[in-house]
Design a protein around this ligand. Structure first.
Ligand SMILES: NC(=O)C1=CN([C@@H]2O[C@H](COP(=O)(O)OP(=O)(O)OC[C@H]3O[C@@H](n4cnc5c(N)ncnc54)[C@H](O)[C@@H]3O)[C@@H](O)[C@H]2O)C=CC1
Ligand SMILES: O=C([O-])CC(=O)C(=O)O
Length: 320
């Protein structure tokens, strides 16, 4: 049976890391696309040359021609611009919206049956716009943010509790911005919810609040350290987890920016929610119940995403 084909649209920091991970994990043959001439070709060749030592079977091709993504099973989109210190993700909206238009058209023409994972920021608005421009089914287009934000939360919790990251679960929902919603009640260590761990004296509410804030600021913390761009190792790993769930029909329960129409009181919008990802794409949005405080935080985040979508419609009349 032929290997799956994975198209990576954008061959920058995340795109290159995605290609490396996809090859090492033998998820399929990789096509790296970028408008920058030489970059995707150079990265594809460099990673291919790591194959003999690593011992993977996958082909890697770099290209500036959308025709080369033809028939891709998965497209992961990182094309666009990252932020620098002092910027918010939302500042990228105008420039990256134009990129989503060309990428959406390219995918629609050459890989209309792909499962599409958008990473480009501001994430929730960009995945909405990419879906609009591509016209693909909603369940086949989603955005990566919740897996990353939850991974950051899990990492910080594992440090606080001095336990393996594998035994920490977390759910971060809402938009991928300052209003994101880390849900303590739905996050656990060894199956014990975080509020119970506070009561058991394993940590204090103050420390937990600080970890939640550090999670919200997780992207900015890395931007502040790197200075020239934003995080790429953990974002790439997170998107690969989603792609693998689709390709292997794993039916993973993962938070992602999905199209929600009916669940969680939402009518037809993209935002971070718990989902099930399998061979059907986003097969299910989990309609979790939130308490009053959680709902208030989620509503605020939903409003922030709606504001960004309205801004997209203001910039590009074809989206209105
Ligand atoms: N959703 C999330 O959780 C995260 C999102 N991001 C976002 O991911 C995006 C990519 O980040 P990096 O890879 O670090 O940036 P990067 O600058 O290293 O790579 C972006 C690549 O996109 C290419 N590009 C620009 N316009 C294009 C077009 N029209 N078609 C094809 N390629 C195009 C550039 O040539 C560049 O190689 C940024 O918008 C960043 O904010 C970053 C981290 C996490
Ligand atoms: O912070 C950024 O600009 C990149 C990003 O979305 C993240 O790392 O969470």
């Amino acid at each position: 049976m032929a290997r799956p084909k994975i198209a990576l649209i954008g061959a920058g920091q995340i795109g290159g890391t995605l290609a490396h991970l996809a090859a090492i994990k033998e998820l399929g043959d990789v096509v790296l696309f970028d408008i920058a001439e030489g970059t995707p070709q150079g990265k594809a060749l460099d990673i291919a040359e790591s194959g003999p030592a690593e011992g993977f079977d996958a082909t890697l091709k770099g290209t500036n021609d959308y025709a080369d993504i033809a028939g891709a099973d998965v497209c992961i989109v990182t094309a666009g611009v990252p932020r620098k210190p002092g910027m918010s993700r939302d500042d990228l909206l105008g420039i990256n919206l134009k990129v989503m238009k060309s990428v959406g058209e390219g995918i629609a023409k050459h890989a209309p049956n792909a499962f599409v994972i958008c990473i480009t920021n501001p994430l929730d608005a960009m995945v909405w716009a990419l879906r609009e421009f591509s016209g693909l089914p909603h369940e086949k287009v989603c955005g990566m943010a919740g897996v990353l934000d939850s991974a950051r939360f899990r990492h910080f919790l594992s440090l606080e509790f001095d336990v393996s990251m594998r035994d920490v679960t977390a759910f971060v929902l809402g938009g991928h911005g300052d209003t994101m919603v880390p849900l303590a009640r739905y996050s656990t260590v060894g199956g014990i919810p975080l509020p119970d761990l506070v009561q058991m004296g394993w940590t204090t509410q103050e420390k937990l609040d600080a970890i939640i804030q550090r999670t919200r600021d997780g992207g900015a913390e890395i931007v502040g350290l790197l200075k020239t761009g934003s995080a790429f190792y953990a974002p790439a790993t997170s998107a690969i987890e989603m792609a693998e769930a689709y390709l292997k029909d794993q039916k993973r329960v993962l938070p992602c920016a999905a199209y929600v129409d009916g669940a969680l009181g939402l009518n037809g919008m993209y935002v971070g929610v718990p989902t099930v990802i399998g061979a059907g794409g986003v097969e299910r949005v989990i309609d979790i119940k939130m308490n009053r405080d959680e709902q208030a935080m989620f509503d605020k985040s939903v409003d922030a995403v709606k504001g960004l979508v309205d801004a997209c419609k203001g910039i590009d009349q074809s989206l209105a």
